[in-house]
Design a protein around this ligand. Structure first.
Ligand code: SAH
Ligand code: SF4
Length: 333
């Protein structure tokens, strides 16, 4: 659904029509304009022609059962994926894609191995939430949290991602608070600085995955263009500006970044973050490439070393569940 088109079509109508139409889309969660009975029949017909609401998707029930994945077919035939994670108490998180593929080519990532196809429009990003919200409504539930941890690097599609976030956040959109919206980035030039200047209080996660540039460049080729030193400077700037808590994501991969020495080195590196408003989220690698996750014992030891160094560590997604639930693995098939 294209909001700009909707606004254009309704520009000849009385002002309240746009409000009614948005309410029908984002609150009543209609999937066909014929259901928007507050609008005149002729207008509904016109909207169905010019601004169809249907979202073409294959939905797969995941394992565990509280995770579902959707493979969404875009108008040009490309495919993206989006994941719904349900939590106890009726809350639920949608994991969003921001691009089709990704130009950064991280070696461990299914999306990175696909290469970059194109940016998603704000409507295509919003469509992922509409899809899940419509399904949840049937069970009288709502989407409560959003994480940009699906396909793509959100900071390389900054304007469209922010356009979608404004719709998520706005009162006549989904009305989801900024504090319930999280962005994950590998850290591209200027991205973190831009987000620090946004008036919205969004959550930020930084995909670090290594204790030094030599290891990081083996996993993330982009590290050669934007080394850890720059990232930590950006993190410090972000923390000074926002006073929000930063999540440092660390993917544990067997034999690559999981040794006790590397845990100590990581702890040393993170001591450069100032103010120290951060926590580390350890993620066991979900094998999609030629890498393997470490053993449970190794993960435990890595975590213990960080804790002994007084670093706050979690082993799960704050925002959802562990990354096995998340994205990049469907659309690349
Ligand atoms: N491009 C952004 C956001 C999308 S990826 C970023 O890289 O942060 C979201 C998270 O999923 C990242 O932390 C990424 O490293 C992680 N990820 C990618 N492939 C994974 C896999 N196979 N197993 C576990 N985590 C993975
Ligand atoms: Fe892109 Fe993130 Fe995958 Fe790297 S991990 S290729 S930045 S989506």
């Amino acid at each position: 659904m294209n909001l700009e088109k909707l606004e254009n079509i309704l520009s000849d109508e009385p002002k309240f029509r746009l409000k009614q139409a948005k309410r029908a889309v984002f609150v009543d969660l209609i999937d066909d304009w014929s259901q928007a009975t507050v609008l005149p029949a002729a207008l509904r017909e016109k909207l169905n022609q010019a601004c169809p609401l249907r979202i073409k998707a294959e939905v797969l029930k995941g394992r565990p059962a509280d995770v579902s994945k959707a493979l969404i077919h875009l108008d040009d035939g490309l495919k993206i994926e989006s994941v719904l994670m349900r939590h106890a108490g009726g809350r639920s998180t949608v994991c969003l894609s921001s691009q089709v593929g990704c130009a950064l080519g991280c070696l461990f990532c299914a999306t990175g191995r696909m290469g970059f196809k194109r940016n998603l429009t704000p409507e295509e990003i919003v469509g992922q939430v509409l899809l899940w919200a419509r399904r949840l409504k049937k069970e009288k539930q709502k989407v409560s949290n959003l994480v940009f941890m699906g396909m793509g690097e959100p900071f390389l599609n900054y304007e469209n991602v922010m356009g979608a976030i404004r719709i998520f956040n706005s009162q006549d959109g989904f009305n989801i608070g900024a504090r319930h919206i999280s962005l994950s980035t590998v850290g591209v030039k200027d991205g973190i600085k831009k987000i620090a200047a946004e008036p919205l209080q969004l959550n930020l996660a930084l995909s670090l995955h290594a204790p030094n540039d030599a290891v990081r460049a083996k996993l993330i080729p982009y590290d050669n263009a934007y080394p850890i030193g720059n990232l930590l400077q950006d993190a410090n700037y972000y923390l000074a500006q926002t006073k929000r808590r930063l999540m440092i994501e660390y993917l544990l991969i067997d034999g690559l970044n999981d040794s006790p020495e590397q845990a100590l080195e990581l702890a040393g590196l993170l001591k450069q973050i100032n103010p120290p408003l951060f926590f580390v989220n350890l993620i066991a690698y979900n094998p999609t490439a030629d890498f393997q996750p470490p053993s449970t014992r190794k993960i435990f030891e890595f975590k213990k070393i960080l804790r002994d160094q007084k670093i706050d560590v979690t082993e799960r997604y704050r925002f959802g569940q562990d990354i096995k639930a998340a994205c990049g693995q469907l659309a690349g098939r």
